[in-house]
Design a protein around this ligand. Structure first.
Ligand code: 5GP
Length: 213
């Protein structure tokens, strides 16, 4: 499709946060969004955890050691960071700020706590979307069908899922994921509408001024 006049207008990028309990389809929706929309890219975090086979430095994560990570924390180089299962993860400020200014949108696959931190720091640049499963029974069914986990592991996952769901009201948009394609269309619609927000379209003033001359 040819670029419309509007697509050529300068605009500020946005930070698109997708959260959901595990099993509600967040990873699938995130992948579809990245594949369908060249204007949005994944935010690449810094982590102290060892690289897993198949992972690529700079694509999956920026891998570093604890000393460097702590120094980055001290120097305020993260928009948010957290320790998860003994490893540290953080969102580097510099790359995001430069990207936003250049009109690049970033996708964040983070939990409610990371979302809260990000929102406190960046407020107007953040669009928060929460995905809900159609029901608790369906969520449990999806978690069970993943493999041969013990009852204990399933119960732990369900408890974490309930805890995550309890934070649904900290989001701007909530989408129930009954059907992947329908859910994706809604999430993509949110992204497209948010891009058209007047305050993000920094090129509008000049565009309209030229039109009225
Ligand atoms: P993994 O080690 O499996 O890639 O990720 C473990 C956990 O760390 C996941 O729950 C993931 O969402 C979280 N995580 C990854 N990057 C970041 C980040 O930059 N900030 C926060 N708060 N969590 C992250």
């Amino acid at each position: 499709m040819a670029n419309s006049s509007q697509d050529k207008l300068q605009r500020r990028g946005l930070m698109f946060v997708l959260s959901s309990p595990s099993g509600a389809g967040k990873t699938t929706i995130a992948r579809k969004l990245l594949a369908a929309d060249p204007g949005i890219g994944m935010s690449v975090s810094v982590t102290t955890r060892p690289m897993r086979p198949g992972e690529v430095e700079g694509k999956d994560y920026h891998f570093t050691d604890r000393t460097s990570f702590d120094r980055m924390v001290e120097e305020g180089e993260f928009l948010e960071w957290a320790e998860v299962f003994g490893n540290c993860y953080g969102t580097p400020k510099a790359q995001i700020k430069a990207g936003l200014k250049a009109g690049q949108d970033f996708l964040f696959d983070i939990d409610w706590q990371g979302t809260q931190q990000l929102y406190q720091r960046m407020e107007v640049d953040v669009v928060r979307v929460f995905l809900l499963p159609p029901s608790i029974e369906e969520l449990e069914h999806r978690l069970r069908s993943r493999g041969t986990d013990s009852e204990e592991v399933i119960a732990g996952r369900m408890a974490r899922a309930r805890a995550e769901i309890s934070h649904w009201d900290g989001y701007d948009y909530v989408v129930v994921n009954d059907d992947i394609d329908a859910c994706f269309a809604k999430v993509h619609g949110i992204l497209q509408a948010e891009r058209l927000s007047r305050t993000r379209q920094t090129g509008l003033v000049d565009f309209v001024r030229a039109m009225m001359r």
